[in-house]
Design a protein around this ligand. Structure first.
Ligand code: SAM
Length: 244
């Protein structure tokens, strides 16, 4: 479940080039009974099973012996800190991160209290296991590691990087089923293309994620962006709201 996605795309290429090193550990390898059991019934009763503490503690002990103490031990959990652009960027600055995947009804609380250094959620919904969240965390933080994405400028321009959504992208053909690409993109006029992109990013953020725009303005937008925003707000007041 975890290895196949790591064998594809940008993350796989970064691993092949030695820019990233991702190891996958099977908790059953850290059990001591014949059936390699990793779960048990909850104390106090109730439905489902609970992931036992021993295999997780033993797995992190082994990681520490082999590769040194991780800078962070992240428990994937729906009640953890929400994974955001900022959280992924923070984690990408750490050299060595261990990610623990829960299963069943959840994980023995002593893992959260005495092993994990933090808990991360990938959103307000419950998945059946921590494997997909772990992959999401790896992918999101890997994009910030220098050399992982071919063109670092593309990461700097991505949605959320400036606190704004990304501008729309088009490729060939210039006309498809009667839908034309915005003419400015074919003009070859770089300054105009740049201004159009800024305007589109601001306009989309205003329409779709005004909460992000408020935060970006508090952090200080560039004067040119403030000027474009003033234009957009004037257009809105004049009734020229475009469909998102
Ligand atoms: N009973 C738990 C609860 O209500 O919070 C749900 C446990 S869930 C079925 C099993 C495991 O999947 C969790 O221990 C966690 O590792 C992982 N998981 C599920 N949803 C997640 C999310 N939104 N973010 C991160 N991890 C999640």
């Amino acid at each position: 479940m975890v290895e196949a996605p790591l064998a594809e795309g940008i993350v796989a290429r970064a691993i092949a080039r030695g820019v990233l090193d991702v190891r996958v550990h099977d908790l059953r390898d850290f059990t001591s009974d014949r059936h390699r059991v990793v779960d048990d019934v909850p104390f106090g009763g109730g439905p489902g099973m609970v992931l036992k503490p021993e295999p997780l503690f033993a797995a992190v002990d082994r990681i520490e012996q082999d590769r040194g103490k991780p800078d962070a031990v992240i428990l994937t959990s729906p009640d953890g800190e929400r994974l955001t652009h900022g959280a992924a960027e923070r984690l990408s600055r750490l050299d060595h991160v261990a990610i623990l995947c829960g299963r069943y009804e959840g994980v023995d609380e002593r893992v959260r209290q005495h092993l994990a250094t933090e808990a991360i959620s990938i959103g307000d919904y419950v998945l059946s296991g921590g494997e997909l969240p772990a992959l999401v965390i790896v992918d999101a933080l890997a994009r910030f590691v220098p050399g992982v994405v071919g063109d670092d400028a593309s990461v700097a321009r991505d949605t959320f990087a400036r606190g704004l959504l990304d501008f729309p992208q088009y490729t060939r053909p210039a006309e498809f089923r009667g839908h034309a690409v915005p003419p400015v993109l074919l003009s070859g006029h770089h300054a105009e293309i740049e201004r159009w992109r800024r305007r589109e990013a601001l306009s989309r953020t205003l329409e779709r994620r005004p909460d992000l725009l408020d935060a970006a303005r508090r952090g200080g937008l560039e004067p040119e962006d403030e000027a474009i925003l003033a234009e957009l707000l004037d257009e809105r007041r004049a009734g020229g709201v475009r469909k998102p």
